[in-house]
Design a protein around this ligand. Structure first.
Ligand code: ZN
Length: 244
């Protein structure tokens, strides 16, 4: 009988690549991966995003994990940032230019960067192919999100099939947050790493679309008004209310 590659014991020995932006969701996914795989690498993308401060937060989060979570630190491998400036140049959205954030006629906010997650996963698969990592992990979620079609479960399942076929290599796309709202994402962080991980994510990760790290709130740094800040605040309040 064929060996079942999906048994937990075998999974542990395999290599995973986490799409790590420096935000709350991908930091939670990084912890999720470190708790499951013995070898975890991280990848980030610089596409001229307005919230470039997110990229600075990446190294702060990684340093904190190395320092405060020794059991995870030994599983944490190299980190790399890929230059995707061309994505910012062609997309002209409120995430990559100095435009007010608003909703467009199709119901999507103008922060939507078309094809962003498709490109992120395609680049990650190309790197995973070379580095022997077939598990690709992203923080996409369609429970508590802005309606971006490339965050949807069906999109990513189709992409998993496309990448596996197109590269002749079995990839598995994991999206641990897909069916969790933001409060449940905080609860997952707590289940994985207790108060120290919640604290790390609250203080060191960044979600604000405007890149504001001058205003500090109970839920972390941000302008407090943009859609990302509102989601983060509401999630934190629901989590803290349930926990307290
Ligand atoms: Zn904000």
């Amino acid at each position: 009988m064929a060996r079942n590659l999906y048994q937990p014991n075998n999974l542990r020995d395999e290599k995973a690549l986490v799409l790590f932006s420096g935000g709350q969701d991908s930091a939670t996914c990084l912890a999720w991966a470190l708790a499951r795989f013995s070898s975890v690498e991280t990848i980030g993308f610089d596409y001229g995003q307005r919230h470039r401060v997110e990229l600075d937060c990446r190294s702060a989060v990684i340093e904190c994990i190395r320092r405060e979570f020794p059991a995870w630190a030994k599983n944490l491998g190299q980190d790399q940032t890929i230059d995707l400036a061309v994505l910012g140049e062609i997309s002209q959205t409120a995430l990559t230019s100095d435009t007010a954030i608003a909703f467009e006629q199709n119901g999507l906010p103008n922060t939507f960067v078309p094809g962003r997650n498709l490109m992120f996963f395609t680049f990650s698969a190309a790197i995973g192919y070379r580095r022997g990592a077939r598990h690709l992990i992203g923080g996409m979620c369609e429970t508590d999100y802005s309606g971006y079609p490339d965050c949807r479960d069906d999109t990513l399942k189709a992409l998993q099939a496309t990448l596996s076929l197109g590269m002749g290599h079995r990839f598995v796309i994991h999206t641990p947050l897909m069916w969790r709202d933001k409060a449940a994402t905080w609860a997952l962080a707590h289940a994985l790493g207790g108060d120290p991980l919640v604290e790390l994510i609250r203080e060191e990760t960044h979600s604000c679309y405007l890149g504001d790290r001058t205003h500090h709130h109970a839920w972390g740094y941000g302008c407090g008004d943009c859609p990302a800040c509102q989601l983060r605040r509401r999630g934190w309040e629901a989590y803290a209310g349930a926990a307290g």
